[in-house]
Design a protein around this ligand. Sequence first.
Ligand code: ZN
Length: 158
Amino acid sequence: MFRIGHGYDVHKLAENRKLILGGVDIPHDKGLLGHSDADVLVHAIMDSMLGALALGDIGKFFPDTDEKYRGADSMELLKEVTAICRENGYIIGNIDATVIAQAPKLALYIDTMRQNIADVCGCEKSQISVKATTEEKLGFTGEKLGISAHAVCIMKKI
Ligand code: ZN
């Protein structure tokens, strides 16, 4: 009836890149580096959904060696992952995600991220939780070298 999944992702911060989190373009002096738009939050969420159904991970479905996914909008990929889960007989019960970033402050953008993700996944905003924290200036997130994200989800049988 229910299946649980976990996802984790990291991207490096770099100059001359947009910072896209949960489909929101956030003003910052650096952005995340990656083959796609490097939306680390959405990547962790997709991996949790695929993980719940033991279908592998986003690297399997959207390989970063494929030119097709260069600069890809991760929200479009999330739409595909939602469809894949549905084809396998499952929809989202709820998702809880945490973004770990020393900077910028994300509180202002959290609600829009939740709404964006809910819209793409065809569920309610109340089913999508996004939180943000720092690691107290410790490690690679603390040193502003990168941003990481964790997500867990419950998928329920249609
Ligand atoms: Zn990623």
